[in-house]
Design a protein around this ligand. Structure first.
Ligand SMILES: Nc1ncnc2c1ncn2[C@@H]1O[C@H](COP(=O)(O)OP(=O)(O)O)[C@@H](O)[C@H]1O
Ligand SMILES: N[C@@H](CC(=O)OP(=O)(O)O)C(=O)O
Length: 418
């Protein structure tokens, strides 16, 4: 069986859904499980709705109406008004209608997951209805009953044994009868609450199903020809990799290459399942194949740029040396606030870390660190990671920017710049 993943860009409008249908038609006769993300930038819009609800902002109803209207416009382009999908979508939105009528009482991350998950619940209803409409028999599957997570809202940790058991129990029989369409990015707790797996987590969902079902391959259909040596949105002369090893792909995504979610590759490597990254605009193109086989030589460096970085230094309040005890308490605080460190450096009197800026987590982290340390920080920085670099590559990338922190190993250079 094959696993496909269609991201937000591929289903952003009615022509996108029609194109998805054409891609899927090419695989008629194969067992197919399709993971779909929210349409276009819906998750960003739902994040705004969550903030508006939590802050009880006046704009809340307008933001929500725009989200609904966007989906209804697409529905009207694809279906006759009598199609049952209109009711299915309306019933899905009702879950939020009820929630936002009341004032917010719950934890932010919990509210976030209950609201933001609507994007995938609605998009999969539309995709399933469209595939059935073009006579590709398809079944809508509620992923929250299959991908079991703990209750770490916004970053659900998958219970792999329970998840695989349920997937293996039910899905193979379903695949004999029809295509199975399900939501990326979502999971469910043992108390039946919705969780999300971290932004852009739909690739990871595809990997979970593939690993549990021992799929022949996973294909993620993207708006790029495959994996390139750098993000084409920021660099003009990129090259595509025809092949990439699991290890290189893990490194790239770990350092922040946004094209694949970082948790995706490892389960596929463990099960030796290839990941194909292909353009949805040209389904016959080869794209990039990620497997055990990789390149021996890189003509061009692999460049990963991450913006919105914070560089923060702590020093002991009594101005003594930074010891392992200090480091241990700093790491404990970062772990408890779920802040992932991108780069770090220790010196006699200070410990410096670079990490992604996320407003709510940052404020909490700062508050806790300040109780035990002197803290200084800069934000609005960029971290550039270059794999397989030559010195001249680094110079060209830095240009006239100021380097605040730099680390070079044989294969990887990292620089935090302003
Ligand atoms: N090394 C890279 N190769 C290809 N695309 C990249 C790379 N780094 C970042 N990207 C970005 O990843 C985007 C595709 O990933 P993403 O937006 O997550 O897709 P989707 O949400 O549709 O699955 C591209 O539009 C591109 O801008
Ligand atoms: N919709 C979610 C999950 C996801 O993976 O989306 P995409 O495949 O469009 O990156 C997000 O935007 O984070």
């Amino acid at each position: 069986m094959l696993v496909f993943k269609f991201g937000g860009a591929s289903v952003k409008d009615a022509p996108g859904i029609i194109n998805l249908g054409k891609v899927v038609q090419k695989y008629t006769g194969q067992q197919l499980l399709i993971v779909v993300s929210a349409m276009g930038k819906t998750t960003n819009a739902l994040e705004k709705l969550t903030n508006a609800y939590v802050n009880q902002a006046d704009a809340m109803h307008q933001i929500y109406d725009e989200i609904k209207q966007y989906h209804y416009n697409i529905l009207h382009e694809l279906f006759e008004p009598s199609n049952p999908v209109f009711d299915e979508v309306a019933n899905t939105f009702v879950e939020i209608d009820w929630m936002i009528e009341d004032e917010p009482h719950d934890d932010y991350d919990f509210i976030y997951d209950q609201i933001v998950s609507i994007g995938e619940l609605v998009s999969t209803r539309i995709v399933t209805a469209y595939l059935n409409h073009i006579e590709l028999k398809s079944k809508w599957l509620d992923v929250r009953s299959y991908i079991h997570t703990d209750n770490t809202y916004r970053e659900g940790i998958v219970d792999w044994p329970k998840t695989c058991e349920h997937i293996q129990q039910d899905i193979p029989a379903m695949l004999n009868n029809s295509i199975v369409v399900t939501q990326g990015f979502l999971g469910g707790t043992s108390e039946n609450f919705t969780t999300t797996l971290g932004r852009e987590g739909s690739d990871y969902t595809a990997a979970i199903f593939a690993a549990c079902l021992n799929a022949k391959s996973v294909t993620t259909w993207k708006d790029v020809p495959g994996i390139l040596n750098a993000d084409p949105k920021h660099f003009a002369d990129t090259v595509k990799f025809d092949e990439l090893s699991y290890t290189e792909a893990i490194e790239m995504t770990y350092y922040g290459a946004g094209v694949i979610h970082p948790k995706t590759i490892k389960p596929l490597q463990n099960a030796n399942i290839p990941l194909l990254v292909k353009p949805f605009t040209d389904p016959d193109a080869l794209g990039t194949v990620i497997s055990e086989i990789g390149l021996q030589h890189y003509e061009k460096p692999v460049i990963i740029v991450k913006q919105e970085q914070v560089l923060l230094s702590v020093s002991a309040k009594d101005y003594t040396f930074i010891t392992e005890d200090h480091l241990s308490s700093v790491f404990t605080l970062f772990a408890s606030k779920h802040v992932k460190i991108n780069m770090m450096q220790v010196s006699a009197l200070s410990f410096t870390v670079c990490f992604d800026y996320r407003a709510e987590r940052f404020e909490k982290l700062l508050e806790s660190l300040k109780q035990s340390f002197n803290v200084k920080y800069n934000n609005d920085l960029t971290i550039i990671t270059v794999r397989h670099y030559k010195q001249e590559d680094l110079k060209a990338l830095i240009g006239d920017r100021k380097v605040l922190l730099e680390q070079l190993s044989r294969n990887t250079a990292q620089m935090v710049v302003r």
